[in-house]
Design a protein. Structure first.
Length: 114
């Protein structure tokens, strides 16, 4: 594994940057949010189309969730290693395929950057 460079997101007028609460590494822009109507293990979560500065777990696991059994990979902050949420690798069930390849971030672990 080589050296990882952190990505710094460009803040545009009227747009928010979400960062890691622990170390303030940039994670995503608010226009990458697909939905704020999700709940995780620690409460409300956001579903993102794309995130940066995260490491995806090598091991995938099946988890039983309210919408069915899904294959996920946990994701953590590249800088401080805080577990931030998960990536949907495979979503099972009718009407769940739109989640595949997208990321869940726990709201309580996010900070809006200034």
């Amino acid at each position: 594994m080589g050296l990882k460079y952190r990505v710094y997101l460009q803040q545009e007028r009227g747009k928010k940057i979400y960062g890691c609460l622990n170390c303030q590494s940039h994670l995503a822009l608010d226009d990458m949010i697909v939905s704020k109507e999700f709940n995780g293990f620690g409460g409300p979560t956001y579903l993102f189309q794309k995130v940066v500065n995260i490491d995806e777990a090598c091991k995938q696991e099946e988890r039983i969730m309210t919408t069915g059994t899904h294959t996920i990979a946990t994701i953590s902050c590249t800088r401080c290693l805080t577990c931030l949420g998960w990536k949907y690798v495979k979503a099972n069930g009718i009407g769940q395929k739109h989640k595949e390849g997208k990321y869940i971030l726990e709201k309580t672990l996010l900070k809006i950057m200034q």
